[in-house]
Design a protein around this ligand. Structure first.
Ligand code: BV8
Length: 227
């Protein structure tokens, strides 16, 4: 059986990572769409670095740990021999820390940086914004940006995701508001015989696409469903 999982901010909410809806799509009064874009980075790189450095620092806070939903997915993957792909829209590292192996972070990773000149990917260092915006800095290694997919940018791994969707016999969407595309379109790329399950606190614009829409907290409903 081929399994495709799609997670959103809701799976990390109980780990203490705020969702976008909780923040009403805002950060310090800025709309995400105004900060998480290549235009914003060109216009004001230090504001954008500040936005990501703040989120990185809070993610690295020792209190932010994977929750039972992340762990249940990692255990399920370990027991499941068939095709298994976990696509996440989240840029936190909680799935990997929970032990998930086959993770595709389609919107990038908060703890990684990418050189705009060479496209090389590095682990993030907080001093990068000084390094990147100061060509005279002894360690200037090119204009460094967060390795994150901004609005208007092509998400990562789309061909692999589309192939997994076409072959999936079970598709589970967990903790995503189904507002952001192309992620929200994945459910419609699955075959008619694919069993489609949505796990979310609330209904979403995609709820009618699913065979079953389980209402509840991910940390309770994901382990319960996967058992
Ligand atoms: C692209 C990284 C072209 C950055 C992110 C008009 C209409 C439709 C689409 C568009 C449009 N105008 C523009 C677009 C395209 C745009 C888009 O979709 N905009 C939206 C806002 C309308 N998309 C793009 O720009 C994408 N790129 O289109 O390029 C292209 C496309 C295809 C092929 C070639 C080229 C790029 C999108 C990626 C942007 N980057 N993240 C960063 O994080 O800083 S998106 C970011 O927001 C997240 O990664 C995530 O994807 C999204 C938020 O969504 P969720 O994860 O769902 O989180 P949210 O808070 O919204 O919802 C939480 C859910 O959990 C809720 O349902 C809640 O009920 C539930 N929940 C809460 N607690 C729990 C829970 N459930 C269970 N248990 C709980 N405890």
């Amino acid at each position: 059986m081929n399994i495709l999982i799609l997670t959103g901010a809701g799976i990390s909410a109980e780990s203490g990572v705020p969702t976008f809806r909780d923040a009403n799509g805002l950060w310090e009064g800025h709309r995400f769409e105004d900060v998480a874009t290549p235009q914003a980075f060109r216009r004001n790189p230090s504001l954008v670095h500040h936005f990501y450095n703040q989120r990185r620092r809070s993610l690295l806070d020792v209190r932010i740990q994977p929750n039972p939903a992340h762990r249940a997915l990692a255990e399920f993957e370990a027991e499941h021999r068939g095709g298994f792909l976990l696509v996440t829209q989240n840029i936190d590292d909680l799935h990997v820390r929970a032990g998930s192996k086959n993770v595709l972070a389609m919107h990038g990773e908060l703890l990684k940086a990418r050189c705009e000149t060479t496209e090389e990917i590095f682990p993030w260092r907080d001093d990068l914004d000084e390094t990147t915006t100061n060509p005279n800095h002894p360690e200037f290694i090119g204009t460094m940006r967060p390795h994150v997919v901004w609005f208007g940018e092509m998400p990562l791994g789309l061909a692999r995701i589309e192939e997994a969707a076409r072959n999936a016999d079970l598709f589970i969407a967990i903790g995503t508001s189904a507002v952001v595309y192309p992620a929200a379109g994945i459910v419609r790329q699955t075959k008619p015989t694919c069993r489609k399950i949505e796990i979310n606190l609330d209904a979403t614009p995609n709820s009618s696409e699913f065979d079953q829409s389980i209402r509840g907290k991910a940390s309770i409903e994901v382990p319960a469903f996967l058992k």
